[in-house]
Design a protein around this ligand. Structure first.
Ligand SMILES: Nc1nc2c(ncn2[C@@H]2O[C@H](COP(=O)(O)OP(=O)(O)OP(=O)(O)O)[C@@H](O)[C@H]2O)c(=O)[nH]1
Ligand SMILES: [Mg+2]
Length: 370
């Protein structure tokens, strides 16, 4: 191809037929395209999101979309809407069931029938707006009640609130409270999920999701994986040509056990996964950034007099209601597993549902990854 560069176009016209010229022109264009693609591939930054289930990986990726103005497609918003209805109905079912198992009396005994009706809901049913707001169940007093009204009444019951306060004893998604507090808006006929609702919407990731976000003309490829135990064997498929690993930990889960086995402490599980990643030789040249996420929930939990980190981590020596002391302890727990002293490890306490917070952190991630 290089000869073409130096040939005068008029001479070429005598040397080659129009077809040959056309072919040469095309192949030169293809060469150019390949070169450009190679440059892009070379410049592409691959960020792998790792961490246990519910640590906030997918939420972080949603934030990246929001911050970079990549709108959620209408179809996707509709899907989120159904998941939100499911989140809130399933969440209340868990609370009703827990109230019963923990022997907490109903605040209003009339709510007992509403609770039983809700437990009849089949978790596999796809909940659309019609079903969530308009579908009415027949009560024994002859009245009809929709899911939305039922949930609203139950959420006001002191027995359900007491069960909610004891949520560390069972498995309840962190976003249930947010949606129950926003029930009036969610149950409106013209309801469309806002970005904030989408950030709180919970659906466990199965498999691997890739999403490219251009930042200052550099393509950042975010790879999101499922963090639950059954999903982790798929992580190895994503380990090639990584620039950075963003490792997310739910820092507020020091008093909770895993959904998968209902006995392992969630923070211990996270630490063990982090150990296998940070000390893995194949990541020697990969920068690792630790996100101690759910900082908003950690602050609330540390302030709560009904729980104490020392009950779960007796080695904790500070003031258990000082956010500063608890942060130091959790951070030391993770940095302490790193065996190679020279290996850089960056960390941030984050709140993945807070756009302003992640915007700030995102800039630091980009600069460390280019
Ligand atoms: N309050 C609060 N909620 C958060 C935060 N980060 C994530 N969440 C919520 O926690 C839940 C779990 O977050 P996901 O992003 O689905 O977690 P994940 O790591 O992708 O989980 P898997 O896909 O199962 O591995 C969602 O309901 C989020 O809205 C946070 O910083 N604060
Ligand atoms: Mg996920």
């Amino acid at each position: 191809m290089s000869t073409l560069k130096w040939s005068c176009p008029c001479c070429l016209r005598f040397k080659f037929s129009p077809e040959e010229l056309e072919q040469r022109y095309r192949s030169r264009e293809i060469d150019k395209m390949i070169k450009k693609d190679k440059q892009v591939l070379k410049r592409q930054v691959k960020l792998l999101l790792l961490g246990a289930g519910e640590s906030g990986k997918s939420t972080f990726l949603k934030q990246m979309r929001i911050i970079h103005g990549i709108k959620f497609e209408d179809e996707l918003i509709k899907e989120f809407q159904q998941v939100i209805y499911q989140n809130v109905v399933k969440g209340m079912k868990v609370l009703v069931d827990a109230r019963d198992k923990l022997n907490i009396p109903w605040g209003d005994s009339q709510n007992s029938e509403l609770g039983s009706k809700l437990l009849e809901f089949n978790n596999n049913t796809v909940l659309d707006f019609r079903l969530f707001v308009s579908y009415a169940t027949n009560l024994s007093n002859g009245l009809f009640v929709s899911y939305a009204t039922n949930l609203s009444k139950l959420w006001k019951d002191s027995g359900i609130r007491r069960a909610y306060e004891r949520r560390r004893e069972f498995q309840l998604s962190d976003s249930v409270e947010y949606f129950l507090n926003n029930l009036d808006r969610i149950a409106r006929p013209d309801y469309i999920p806002t970005n904030r609702d989408i950030l709180h919407c919970r659906k466990a990731t199965k498999g691997i999701t890739e999403f490219v976000i251009p930042v200052n003309n550099v393509p950042f490829l975010f790879v999101d994986v499922g963090g639950q135990r059954s999903q982790r064997q798929k992580w190895f498929q994503c380990f090639g040509s990584i620039t950075s690993i963003l490792f997310l930990v739910s820092s507020s889960e020091f008093d909770q056990v895993l959904l998968e086995d209902r006995k392992t402490n969630r923070l211990e599980e996270s630490k063990n996964i982090f150990d296998t990643i940070i000390n893995n030789q194949i990541f020697n040249s990969v920068s690792i950034i630790l996100f101690l996420n759910k900082y908003d929930l950690l602050v609330k939990k540390v302030a709560n007099p009904e729980t104490d980190i020392r009950w779960y981590f007796p080695q904790f020596a500070g003031n258990s209601h000082s956010i500063h002391d608890v942060q130091e302890f959790i951070l030391a727990m993770f940095t302490g597993v790193k065996r190679e002293p020279k290996k850089n490890l960056y960390h941030h306490f984050t709140t993945a549902v807070d756009t302003a917070n992640i915007k700030n952190v995102g800039i630091k991630v980009y600069t460390r990854s280019i």
